[in-house]
Design a protein around this ligand. Structure first.
Ligand SMILES: [Zn+2]
Ligand SMILES: [Zn+2]
Length: 178
């Protein structure tokens, strides 16, 4: 997933890539830990152009995954899809103040490259990781598991009566002096 800067002039060039998730070290690590299960190839479509002293790479990355719902613990399919703009400047070290600006749905990221090739893999895997939900939900209305018997309340109902926990205060309230 590299672009040769010699091919990018002042006109926009389009590139598309398809790469198995295992080729990205960070994603392979996530999958190994069981945090995220990748179900297909990472697809990247970008437009690249030379602007002033940098290259502007704008595009979209998608990858199908299976996530575990944080409420009902069942697996569900999810499509990670992220739009990004990355500015690549020539240099060997990252700028001290990494100016990352979030503009709504679009992430603006600055990065560096050296030589005549821009390797997109590190930034692309970063984009994917940022798009993985921290608390995945199979549906906004997921009813989760019964805290008492563990039934999946999306599929079944149970007869458990969930008593609200007695607080110290409510115990005091019922305390009678005899
Ligand atoms: Zn759920
Ligand atoms: Zn129950």
């Amino acid at each position: 997933m590299k672009i040769n800067t010699e091919h990018i002039r002042e006109s926009v060039r389009e590139f598309s890539f398809s790469e198995p998730p295992e080729s990205f070290p960070v994603l392979a690590e996530l999958a190994a830990k069981g945090d995220c299960c990748f179900k297909g190839a990472v697809q990247v479509v970008i437009k690249a152009i030379r602007e002033f002293d940098h290259y502007r790479v704008q595009g979209n990355v998608t990858v199908p995954v299976q996530l575990i719902c944080s409420r009902c613990l069942s697996g569900f399919d999810y499509l990670i899809s992220s739009d990004f703009v990355i500015f690549f400047s020539e240099g060997s070290v990252a700028k001290e103040d990494e100016d990352e600006v979030e503009l709504g749905e679009l992430d603006l990221v600055s990065s560096v490259f050296s030589g005549t090739e821009i390797d997109l893999m590190p930034e692309i895997s970063e984009q994917i990781i940022l798009d993985i939900p921290i608390k995945p939900l199979c549906s906004e209305t997921c009813r989760g598991l019964c805290p008492s018997c563990g039934s999946d309340l999306n599929k079944a109902t149970c007869d458990c009566v969930i008593e609200p926990k007695q607080s110290k205060f409510s115990i005091l309230k019922n305390f009678k002096v005899s």
